[in-house]
Design a protein around this ligand. Structure first.
Ligand code: SF4
Length: 695
């Protein structure tokens, strides 16, 4: 049988920026490799990318729509066809709208995979519901909103030139390979001589390789950045011309920094003063320098301040919009986001969203899970009658899982579109079988601020009657009566997105990647896109919202009253390198690498608690307890432990909801203690805890 090699881009294992060469034989994928010709990923592929094949042909793939016939969570289903499935779903949605208003239908998605997220937003807006629930409050949006307020754009790292110094701040690229693309370019820059500073509480591979590793106390990023600013300004290392001409508030910042002498910063962050000085001198002294920030900055109650503080560092050192610094990426021509998601269909949408009820920033296009979960539970500010979830497993991934379960059980009608059954899907009334990215034509990186689009052409047929999410949404929209606002089929959608680029999907497939032009120093012509046209170290817009207009630090443990005898350790967490959030636990190739969840701790802490490598141990916070296996990690601070996130056990079977409550990190988190007042992020990586051995 003849083999054929097809080029595509990865997806659904993270944002999916790695180019892949897929070998197909007899209509089946037989091999997946990194594509050395991809200008985005330079041939890189991670274990998740290789494991796509196992996922494609997994015997547990959902192949037909399923309607619940037993009790909720009992696992008894009736197989139905798509006409009936979409009929039931549309009927429930229209009934809810007639009875309780369009806002009583909630939509939800986890990480965006391709176009489906934007179609979901479009469907919600056309239906009249402003409420699409998503994790953007702890992924991307705190950085994006802080950046918008401070500099007016998302600061990408220009690896191409490359920076003389790179700071990885809360970004573990060796394991998460953020956006699927950055790691390869980082590695190439390091080979070309960039100096490396790493800010991370964990001894990650990059931390071990770094010239300076700032092992900060989890959640104290803003204080560390303020300490570095103090060194830079005291030692005259700032870019004086840039600060004078292009920033607002530098004098007030100096006053703020008086409250952050390095002795205090060391006390807060646990980073020795000399190390803070060293890092500040390298970062500010080498020009250009760039900061690669990660979403760890967004995982506590101070997230918008953490992000603002890091942005101000970029500005003080004049590293914005310069080659080799943090620059503004320009998207390639394609359908403008507003035209795709149609927010204008709901008058005054931001004020109608559940997040507005929580006083959060209107730039958040999605509702943070805590706001949605509270509404589901309490029926306030309005009842919820239908929840439609695609590509998300909230029972494991939303904070405070006990409360999430209550909320999911309470919603009158729950529909879930998924590849395979999950703990969340088991609670549904209707389960729809979704196709993977290899099984339909899609466009990747649309709507993300990275300046490129990638083609993900269909390679094989989906199993049974599985449908792409974009088809489910397009067909559902037609049944709901929105034919005029949707398309005849998926190909029309793809062509419409690409029309401004002057090509159709067939032509795009051949190109594989579409990139926007790379421009620098645009502020010289246009200014910064802020009210003053300058970098707003002092943010007038935050002041108008009654929030601190200058970067500042707040102890994320404040709502817990700090550490105490009962909970003397700080719990942080990390994604498992071979899994994407809660996905992939069914794939043997990945479970072989990571069989069970691990809690990392310093050998001296393990000794003091008489714990050994591989032993199961209870991790206990004021909210709950879970068990994970001890992993000794030399270099960890003995006052900190780091648990794995996203764990459930398909092998435990449906009766236990796949062991959802054994090792799931979110049984330890608690949004009830408060959220960031601007962006609604919760404390995910800084909780008081203790470890208990299991007899
Ligand atoms: S790093 Fe991400 S995009 Fe690249 S192969 Fe792995 S999962 Fe896919």
């Amino acid at each position: 049988m003849k083999e054929e090699k097809v080029r595509t881009y990865c997806a659904r294992m993270d944002h999916g920026g790695c180019g892949l060469v897929v070998t197909v034989k007899g209509g089946r994928v037989v091999k997946i490799e990194g594509d050395p010709r991809s200008p985005i990923s330079l041939g890189y592929i991670c274990p998740k990318g290789v494991a796509h094949r196992e996922r494609l042909y997994h015997p547990d793939r959902l192949t037909h729509p399923l309607l619940r016939v037993g009790k909720r969570g009992e696992g008894r289903w009736k197989r139905i066809g798509w006409d009936e499935a979409l009929g039931v779903l549309s009927e429930r949605m229209l009934e809810a709208r007639a009875r309780s208003g369009p806002q009583s239908v909630l939509f939800a998605q986890g990480a965006p995979k391709g176009l489906e997220f934007f179609l979901l937003l479009r469907l919600a807006n056309v239906f009249g519901s402003p409420n699409v629930v998503g994790p953007q409050n702890v992924c991307h949006m705190p950085r994006e909103i802080a950046a918008n307020l401070t500099v007016g754009f998302w600061p990408e790292v220009d690896y191409e030139h490359p920076p003389r110094c790179i700071v990885l701040w809360g970004s573990n690229l060796d394991h998460t390979n953020e956006e699927g693309t950055i790691r390869s370019r980082l590695r190439r820059a390091l080979k070309r001589g960039s100096r490396l500073i790493v800010v991370d509480p964990r001894p990650t591979p990059a931390a071990r390789r770094a010239e300076v590793w700032l092992r900060l106390r989890p959640g104290t990023d803003a204080a560390l950045a303020l300490g570095m600013m103090r060194v830079i300004l005291e030692e005259g290392l700032e870019d004086r011309n840039f600060v004078q001409e292009w920033t607002v508030g530098s004098e007030r910042l100096k006053m703020r920094l008086e409250s952050y002498p390095l002795s205090r910063v060391e006390e807060i962050t646990w980073v020795p003063q000399d190390e803070i000085r060293r890092a500040a001198r390298i970062y500010a002294g080498e020009r250009p320098s760039a900061i690669q920030w990660g979403n760890a900055l967004e995982h506590n109650l101070n997230s918008h301040q953490n992000c603002r503080a890091v942005l101000v560092l970029m500005a003080l050192t004049g590293n914005l919009e310069v080659p080799g610094g943090n620059f503004r990426a320009t998207p390639p021509p394609c359908m403008p986001l507003r035209e795709m998601v149609l927010p204008q269909r709901i008058e005054d949408r931001p004020r109608k969203m559940l997040s507005a009820h929580w006083g959060l920033h209107p730039m958040l296009a999605t509702v943070p899970p805590p706001a949605a979960v509270e509404t589901l539970r309490s029926g306030s500010p309005h009842p919820v009658e239908v929840l439609y979830i695609q590509g998300s497993n909230p029972l494991i991934t939303y904070p405070h899982s006990q409360v999430v379960k209550e909320a999911l059980q309470q919603v009158p009608f729950l529909a879930v579109a998924e590849l395979m059954m999950t703990p969340t899907a088991l609670l549904a009334d209707l389960v729809l079988p979704a196709a993977t990215n290899f099984e339909y034509d899609d466009i990747g990186h649309y709507g993300l601020p990275h300046g490129f689009l990638v083609a993900r052409p269909k390679i094989v047929d989906p199993p049974g009657e599985a449908w792409p999410d974009i088809r489910i949404l397009n067909e559902l929209a037609k049944i709901l009566g929105f034919r005029a606002s949707f398309w005849e089929d998926e190909r029309e959608i793809l062509d419409a997105v690409l029309e401004p680029a002057g090509m159709d999907y067939e032509a795009f497939k051949k190109r594989g990647v579409l990139r926007g032009p790379r421009e620098f120093l645009r502020y010289g012509k246009e200014g910064f896109r802020t009210p003053s046209g300058k970098v707003e170290i002092y943010s007038s817009r935050l002041e108008a919202r009654g929030l601190d207009p200058l970067p500042n630090y707040r102890d994320p443990l404040e709502p817990w009253g700090g550490l105490c005898k009962e909970f003397p350790l700080i719990l942080t967490s990390a994604k498992d390198p071979v899994f994407f959030h809660s996905a992939g636990r069914r794939l043997p190739m990945l479970r072989k690498v990571s069989a069970s969840p691990r809690v990392e701790l310093a050998p001296e802490l393990a000794r003091s608690l008489s714990l050994g490598e591989g032993e199961w141990v209870w991790i206990v916070t004021p909210t709950g307890r879970i068990r994970q296996r001890v992993h000794l990690s030399p270099g960890m601070d003995p006052r900190v432990v780091s648990a794995s996130y996203g764990w459930w056990f398909p092998e435990r079977g449906e009766a236990s909801l796949f062991g959802w409550n054994e090792s799931n990190l979110n049984l330890l988190t608690d949004f009830g203690r408060g959220v960031d007042p601007l962006v609604g992020s919760t404390n995910l990586r800084c909780l008081p805890c203790r470890l208990e051995s299991i007899p």
